[in-house]
Design a protein around this ligand. Sequence first.
Ligand code: WQD
Length: 340
Amino acid sequence: MKKTVLVSGGAGFIGSHVTVELCQAGYDVVIADNMSNCDETNYKGVCAILGRQLPFEKVDFCDVAATKALFAKYHIDALIHFAAFKAVGESVEQPLMYYKNNLDSFLNVLEEARIHGANVLFSSSATVYGEPDQTPVTETSPRKPATSPYGNTKQICEDFLRDCVQAYGMHGIALRYFNPIGAHPSALIGELPRGIPNNLVPFITQTAIGKRECLNIFGDDYPTPDGTCLRDYIDITDLAKAHVCAVTRMLEGKMDEPYEIFNVGTGRPVSVLELVNSFERVNGIKLNYRIAPRRPGDVTAVWADPTLARKKLGWKAVRSVDETLASAWAWEKRLAEAAK
Ligand code: WQD
C-alpha cells in the first residue's frame, strides 16, 4: 500500500523539488499551498516532470477549518511542512505577520497530525545556529538567540514539534537546511523569488540575465580567506532527496528517538566570491558586481557537519557547486524564455 505524504507549501521552491523526489521514490503526494508566495509555475513543472497531474489543494493553514477538512479528505501518513513566510528582512519589518502566519499554520497542522497519527517533518534552517562559536556546526551545536523574527519562528516551531512528540507520542524530524540553491536538472522547476531577490544565487542569475544591473557583494572585510562570508550551499535536488530519506526513516519505524534533528548541508564552506567566480567560469559569463558595505545581520561563516545525516539517513550531498550553478543559470534562461 503506497504511503501518502502531504506537502504543505508544496508549490514553492523547496516543496516542489521535494514533491518530485517523493513521487519518484514511490510515495503518493498531496500538494497544499495558499499560493500567497508563488504562482503555478512550479506546480505545472512538477506535473510535467512526473508526466501526470498531482492532487492540489489550495489551503491556508492558518484557517483551522480548512486544515481540518484537508486531513479529513486524505489519509495522511506523513506531513512535510514548508508553508511559511521566509524573508529575513521582511520579518524584521513585519514581525506580527511572520509570527501569526508561521506559528499559527504549524500549530494547526500539528493538531491535525496529532489527531490522525501523521508523522511530521519540519523544514527548519541553519539560521537557528546564528553566528556559531565553532564550525562546522553539528546538531548539538547550541542554537543562538534568533537575529530575526523569521529565524525565531524556526526555533519556536522546532520546540512545538519536540513538545508535541514528547506529550502525544508523535514522531517528528526537523531538517536544518543550510543554503539551498540551484534548480531541477530539467529546468522545469526552480526558485521563484518575488520582487528583488534577497538571496545570493537568484540575484546572481538575474544580474547575468540582465534583470538586475549589478550584484552587490555585501562586504569583503570579513575574517575569512578572501574577506567574503562563508556558507554551505546545498543543491536543491540533494536537499529534496534528504526529505525522502527522512520520511522513509519515520514511516519505516527506523528512528532512534521519536524526535530527531539533522543538518542538511554539504560540509563544504564556500565564499561569496568563490561562488561568483564559479558561476562565471561554469557558465562562461562575466558578471557585473561590486563590493558593497556589509549587510546587517549576516553571519561571517556557517557550514554543516553532515555526519549524522550520512549515518542515520543514509544521505549525502552529491552534486557539485558547478553542476548546481549551471542548473540555476539554465532555470533563469528558461524563465526569460517563458516571459517573452
Ligand atoms: C548568502 C551570502 C550575503 C545577496 C538566508 C536565510 C536562511 C535561508 C537562506 C530561508 C551572505 C551574500 C547575498 C546579495 C551578497 N533562508 N549576498 N549579495 O543570508 O546565508 O541565509 O537565506 O530559509 O534562513 O538566513 O543567504 O543568499 O541571503 O546570503 O553578497 O545580493 O551572500 O551577504 O554572505 P543567507 P543569502
